[in-house]
Design a protein around this ligand. Structure first.
Ligand SMILES: C[S@@+](CC[C@H](N)C(=O)[O-])C[C@H]1O[C@@H](n2cnc3c(N)ncnc32)[C@H](O)[C@@H]1O
Length: 211
């Protein structure tokens, strides 16, 4: 019993230490996380207890036929939950990482999903036309982009007037920003807050591009 307690303390201590060091490093150096980690971050525990893809997709007010852009899709759990709701509309899963693109392309092919299109695309300079998409969403992605307001201005450009931007964050992400910071970034890019969900540990913010 004592050994188990000691083990728990040690594991928890290492976890706290890793979080603190991670946050300190990320405070001064922003860069995309190593691509292989995207496969680890998206795990069953997180999906079950913290960021359920179905719940996040439900809050996005999706309709069949919509065009959606996801920035930084990782393994694609959130991508596919959204794709099921907008079919026959399309989800463009955009990432700067070749690794993420290839893994996602393989999964789309393997599972025969015809309304997800993985793309190599940069949030600073999307390949989409102005006012052309209904939804843009990012899960644990915006705060790792060195100039988040620039990326949000680009989201604003491609969203149609009245379209929604959905941002979801998780406290255990070393880049986790406080809600008020993310609201300020979105405000600077021209978005208006529509609705907020969740608490301190996990939150989702929906912003609208004004008509
Ligand atoms: C922390 S991962 C999140 C993955 C996934 N959304 C999740 O929650 O499991 C962030 C992803 O954003 C991508 N990314 C970083 N900067 C980007 C940019 N400027 N444009 C597009 N994607 C970017 C990274 O390559 C990475 O795959």
């Amino acid at each position: 019993m004592n050994a188990l307690l000691v083990l728990l303390y040690v594991v928890f201590g290492y976890f706290l230490l890793a979080m603190t060091v991670g946050r300190l490093v990320r405070r001064y150096y922003r860069f995309p996380i190593p691509s292989f980690l995207t496969q680890v971050i998206d795990n069953p525990l997180r999906r079950r207890f913290l960021q359920d893809p179905e719940v996040i997709a439900d809050r996005m007010m999706l309709e069949p036929g919509m065009t959606v852009v996801e920035v930084g899709p990782g393994k694609g759990s959130y991508t596919f939950a959204v794709a099921r709701r907008v079919a026959p509309g399309t989800v463009y899963a955009c990432d700067i990482s070749d690794y993420v693109f290839e893994r996602l392309r393989e999964r789309v092919e393997r599972e025969g999903i015809d309304n997800v299109e993985p793309r190599i695309d940069d949030a600073y300079n999307f390949s989409f036309m102005d006012d052309s998409v209904d939804r843009v969403f990012m899960i644990a992605c915006l705060p790792e982009i060195p100039d988040p307001v620039r990326a949000l201005r680009e989201c604003f450009r491609v969203l149609r007037p009245g379209g929604l931007l959905c941002l979801c964050e998780l406290f255990f992400d070393p880049d986790y920003p406080l809600r008020r910071i993310e609201k300020r970034w979105a405000g600077e890019a021209g978005f208006v807050l529509e609705k907020e969900f969740g608490g301190f540990l996990v939150y989702q913010l929906n912003f609208r591009k004004p008509i």
